[in-house]
Ligand binder design. Structure first.
Ligand SMILES: [Zn+2]
Length: 152
């Protein structure tokens, strides 16, 4: 965030109108830039004094200390929100991983169909079944071609 951008957001910051990303960048800049920090302190003092006059409150003396507390409070809120955000993401990720592990284990241990082993039956497989079945047409075909050749 540049100085111009930061200074244009001062009023919004004081009125708590910035979103979390803007607040984060704003505070980052304020803490590394004495010029903008000073600007913020002046605006904060003026705006707060005006607000207090508006509301017929006594003017509080130490605006600088109030501002420090406000910045500290905002920073804590940012950390809290960020922490919650990543914690939620982390929880979601964990759920997906656990679900994947569970499904693969389920797949591994549970047979898709129960094997139906025949233990007692009068049914027997003919070993020669294939030979009988497929030799015949070959022989018939041979005979057929022989006949055909004989006719010519
Ligand atoms: Zn600056």
């Amino acid at each position: 965030m540049t100085c111009t951008e930061t200074q244009s957001l001062i009023k919004a910051f004081i009125n708590d109108e910035l979103n979390i990303n803007e607040q984060e960048e704003f505070i980052q800049h304020i803490e590394s830039c004495p010029n903008c920090r000073e600007e913020l302190e002046v605006y904060y003092a003026i705006l707060t004094a005006m607000k207090q006059l508006d509301e017929d409150k006594n003017l509080s003396g130490d605006y600088s200390q109030e501002l420090k507390e406000k910045i500290e409070h905002t920073r804590e809120r940012i950390i809290h929100l960020r922490y919650n955000y990543y914690r939620k993401k982390g929880a979601l990720f964990l759920i997906i991983v656990l679900l994947a592990v569970f499904l693969s284990l389920y797949h591994y241990f549970m047979p898709k169909e129960e094997e139906n082993n025949v233990t007692e039956s009068t049914f027997r497989l003919r070993k020669s079944f294939m030979e009988d079945r497929y030799d015949k047409p070959a022989q018939e075909l041979d005979e057929y071609f022989k006949k055909q050749g004989g006719l010519d």
